[in-house]
Design a protein around this ligand. Structure first.
Ligand code: NAD
Ligand code: DAU
Length: 363
């Protein structure tokens, strides 16, 4: 066993933040496997492109021969599965990729990880009592479905009730991970996190989309009445929670991750506009709020998510470092300082998506 970890989806938003933090902190070598779909971006990793502790491999989690080879060659002490199709709106337009990657891909990955784990146990049966290897599956609060205004927040025992093709595919993958623990004894951990925001967030999602549209003088599209509630967590806090669960989580358990930051979408965008008004005021003296535009609602739109992170806090002593107010300020500052990254991700295919999703009204 080495001090190497295999990360999947490490060129995406959360995965790249995780890999950057891991390598910069000197925690060991990362084998970073990513298919580089539209959401994967090697530019996110440019700070560690030449780093000896980072090896990037372009490939699919469903490619069993490749996974087997990587596991045999690098003998990682952990596999952390971020790879997924992650955007709810895209899953509504076309669910197939979500089934392929999130369900079939996770299944194929699990099969190869199971074979790897069996080979470790065969070589040393004692490790079953205190596994030196673990598979951590990164999941979402969306698997729990939607909450009413007075409902308590999701806990780890809340029944799964996914409502979109995206969340259904994530729920399916969570069930597979659970089953591989119960049936085959695979040492697994699952985290279910709320909405992330922060650096390297692809601008198809609410916060970066509105941030960039604001600066470009375009409408800020709010679905329906804008009163849907999400529970926001700064991406670096999600990464620290994953590190903590990896280090100290109880095998076979799931951990909810969230920052107790429930906010209505309209409030989030108003806060964003206020920070922009302060940091980069419009030249006409008006506020960015003027650009808010209500558009057609998302089909099947979940009304409210809220995460109860008590278990993670009590059992593993994890706490987020940022509040929404500090995290969103850092996020706006990052986007203002990284205009080249913004320019590069918003050219090409991205424009086609925006035109398709907003019927040209936001372009
Ligand atoms: P993202 O879409 O930004 O990144 C996904 C990455 O996975 C991309 O780099 C993409 O190229 C890669 N990928 C896609 N299919 C692949 C495949 N078949 N094989 C290998 N790589 C593949 O997503 P994200 O927002 O960073 O989310 C990462 C994980 O965290 C996902 O599993 C998501 O469900 C989960 N999650 C996200 C949030 C959030 O708010 N973004 C919250 C909770 C959980
Ligand atoms: O809850 C965790 C989930 O958060 C993750 O599992 C997903 O991978 C991630 O994409 C995110 O899903 P959401 O659907 O909540 O994120 P999104 O940014 O797409 O939307 C946030 C809210 O804002 C949601 O209520 C829909 C709304 N919205 C979104 C867009 C893109 C708008 O009102 N207008 C928009 O243009």
């Amino acid at each position: 066993m080495t001090n190497t970890i295999l990360v999947t989806g490490g060129a995406g938003f959360i995965g790249s933040n995780f890999v950057l933090d891991w390598v910069k902190a000197g925690l060991g070598t990362v084998i970073n496997l990513d298919k580089l779909t539209y959401a994967g971006n090697l530019e996110n990793l440019s700070a560690i492109a030449e780093h000896p502790d980072h090896l990037f491999i372009q490939g699919d989690i469903g490619d069993r021969a490749l996974i087997a080879k990587l596991l045999a060659e690098h003998k990682p002490r952990a596999v952390i599965n971020f790879a997924a199709e992650s955007h709810v709106d895209r899953s509504i337009h076309g669910p197939e990729d979500f089934i392929q990657t999130n369900v079939v891909g996770t299944f194929n990955l699990l099969e190869e990880v199971r074979a790897y784990w069996n080979s470790l146990v065969e070589a040393n049966p004692e490790i079953k009592n205190n596994p030196p290897f673990r598979f951590l599956h990164v999941s979402t609060d969306e698997v729990y479905g939607t909450l009413g205004p007075q409902d308590p927040a999701f806990t780890e025992t809340t029944q799964y009730a996914p409502n979109s093709p995206y969340s259904a595919s994530k729920a399916a993958s969570d069930h597979l991970v659970r089953a591989y623990h119960h049936t085959y004894g695979l040492p697994v951990l699952t985290t279910n996190c709320s909405n992330n925001y922060g650096p390297y967030h692809f601008p198809e999602k609410l916060i970066p989309l509105c941030l960039l549209n604001a600066l470009n003088g375009k409408p800020l599209p709010i679905y329906g009445d804008g009163q849907q509630i999400r529970d926001w967590l700064f991406v670096k806090d999600h990464c620290s929670a994953i590190r903590r669960v990896l280090e100290a989580g109880k095998l076979g358990e799931t951990y909810n991750v969230g920052g107790w930051n429930e906010k209505a979408n309209l409030d989030v965008i108003n806060t964003l506009c206020q920070i922009l008004n302060e940091l980069q005021p419009r030249t006409d003296g008006k506020g960015y709020e003027e650009q808010i535009t209500f558009v057609e609602d998302r089909p099947g739109h979940d009304r409210r998510y809220a995460i109860d992170a008590t278990k993670l806090e009590r059992e593993l002593g994890w706490k987020p470092a940022e509040t929404f107010e500090t995290g969103i300020r850092k996020t706006v500052a990052w986007y203002l300082q990284n205009q080249q990254w913004v320019h590069n991700v918003t050219s090409g295919e991205y424009r086609n998506w925006v035109n398709k999703q907003y019927s040209g009204s936001v372009a």
